[in-house]
Design a protein around this ligand. Structure first.
Ligand SMILES: [Zn+2]
Length: 345
C-alpha cells in the first residue's frame, strides 16, 4: 500500500516533495509561534532544541535529497558556529555557516558572547571559521517579536512566498559581518574612548531576511528543464551574496583603528593576553559582479561527506555540530507547497 507521510500540516505522497522554500517557511512559522508561546506560558526552548528539530524536519521531509551528518557535541564550546547548510547540485553549491540566536522576551539577541576557550568573540570565530570552510557566515535569528520590516536594499530580490500572519519572520538570516560591524563600534567606543554605546538589536534584525525567501528553490516553469538545478543555485547564490554584501558594506563603514577584529580590541584593552590571529574579510578583496554570483565548486571536504556511507565520519577539522547537504538536481518529484497544493500544475 502506498502511503503518504506528514510534514507539518501536509501529506506528502511518493513522487512529490515540499519545496525547500515551503518547508523553511513552515518551520519559521512553527518557531515563531513556539517561541512566542514559550515566553507567554513557560520557558521557551533553547537554540539547540530548535536546531535539532529543524534538521529532523529537513531530513524527514526531503528524503534522499538531504544528507545530514551530525557530529558529537564534545567540541561545541570551542566553536563559533552551530551547523553548516550546503545547497548543491553534486558538483557546485553554496554553503552557509550558521550560528543560531534566539530573540529574548524583550527582543534582544546574545550577540555579545565571549568564548573563553578561544579568547575571542563568538561572532569573530563564526567569520573566521566560515572563511576557512568556504561558507557564508550567517546568524539564524529565531524571532517572535516585531515590528517586521526588512531593509529596503535587501527586500528587493527575495522570493514572494510569505505567511499572511508574518510568521515567516520566525527564522531570518543575518550576515555575521553586520554583527561584527556593530561589535567593532561597541568595543572601540566603550573600551578605547569610554563612550557608552549599545547594540541596536532592532536595526540588526531589519538587516536580516526570512530564510525561506533567501534560500527559495521554487523556479518559474521554463521551456528548458533545469535538471542540474543551475538556475536554482544561481538564484540562491545571488540572494546570499546580496545578504553578505550588505554586511560587508556595514563593516566597511567602521574605522577599525588598526585592529583586525573586535576580539583584538577587547583582548588588548582588558589585558587578556595573546590569541591566534583570526581571519576577517577586511584582509581580503570581496568578489564583485559576476564573480560574486558564479557557482563555486564544492570543497573536497563537502564532496567527501556527500560520498561517504559512514554514519559517524571523523570529526571535522573546524568543529561543527552538523553538516546538512541539500541536493537540488533533477526535480523529478512534483513540488507541493505547505498547503499540499502543486506549485506548477
Ligand atoms: Zn520562495
Amino acid at each position: 500500500m502506498i502511503t503518504p507521510y506528514r510534514y507539518g500540516p501536509v501529506d506528502i505522497w511518493p513522487g512529490q516533495r515540499p519545496s525547500l522554500c515551503g518547508l523553511l517557511k513552515w518551520m519559521a512559522s512553527d518557531t515563531f509561534h513556539w517561541l512566542g508561546d514559550g515566553y507567554r506560558h513557560a520557558p521557551p526552548p533553547g537554540e539547540e532544541t530548535f536546531t535539532d528539530l529543524h534538521i529532523r524536519h529537513l531530513r524527514q521531509a526531503m528524503g534522499h535529497r538531504l544528507k545530514a551528518i551530525q557530529f558529537t557535541k564534545r567540541q561545541e564550546s570551542f566553536n563559533g558556529a552551530d551547523w553548516e547548510l550546503w545547497i548543491h547540485n553534486r558538483s557546485h553549491g553554496i554553503g552557509l555557516r550558521i550560528q543560531a540566536k534566539k530573540q529574548s522576551r524583550k527582543g534582544q539577541y546574545g550577540f555579545w558572547y565571549w568564548l573563553h576557550e578561544r579568547s575571542a568573540l563568538q561572532c569573530d570565530l563564526l567569520v573566521h571559521d566560515a572563511l576557512i570552510t568556504q561558507c557564508v557566515p550567517v546568524y539564524l535569528l529565531y524571532n517572535h517579536r516585531g515590528p517586521w520590516t526588512v531593509a529596503q536594499g535587501l527586500a528587493q530580490g527575495l522570493c514572494g512566498h510569505t505567511a499572511s500572519d508574518q510568521s515567516h519572520y520566525g527564522c531570518t538570516l543575518l550576515s555575521a559581518f553586520h554583527v561584527q560591524a556593530a561589535l567593532f563600534r561597541l568595543v572601540i567606543d566603550n573600551d578605547l574612548y569610554g563612550h557608552y554605546r549599545n547594540i541596536s538589536h532592532q536595526r540588526l534584525r531589519q538587516m536580516s531576511a526570512p530564510w525561506n525567501q533567501v534560500l527559495c528553490d521554487v523556479q518559474e516553469p521554463k521551456e528548458v528543464r533545469d535538471s542540474r538545478g543551475v538556475a536554482t543555485l544561481k538564484e540562491i547564490q545571488r540572494r546570499s551574496a546580496a545578504l553578505e554584501q550588505s554586511g560587508l558594506e556595514a563593516l566597511g563603514r567602521v574605522d577599525p583603528e588598526g585592529f583586525s577584529t573586535p576580539s583584538q580590541v577587547q583582548r588588548d584593552h582588558s589585558d587578556l593576553g595573546d590569541a591566534p590571529e583570526l581571519r576577517t574579510r577586511l584582509d581580503e578583496t570581496p568578489a564583485r559582479g559576476d564573480a560574486q554570483t558564479a557557482l563555486r565548486p564544492l570543497p573536497q571536504r563537502v564532496l567527501r561527506l556527500l560520498e561517504a556511507d559512514d554514519p559517524c565520519p571523523p570529526e571535522p577539522d573546524v568543529p561543527t555540530s552538523a553538516v546538512v547537504l541539500y541536493d537540488v538536481t533533477d526535480a523529478e518529484e512534483r513540488l507541493v507547497n505547505e498547503r499540499g497544493r502543486l506549485y506548477h500544475s
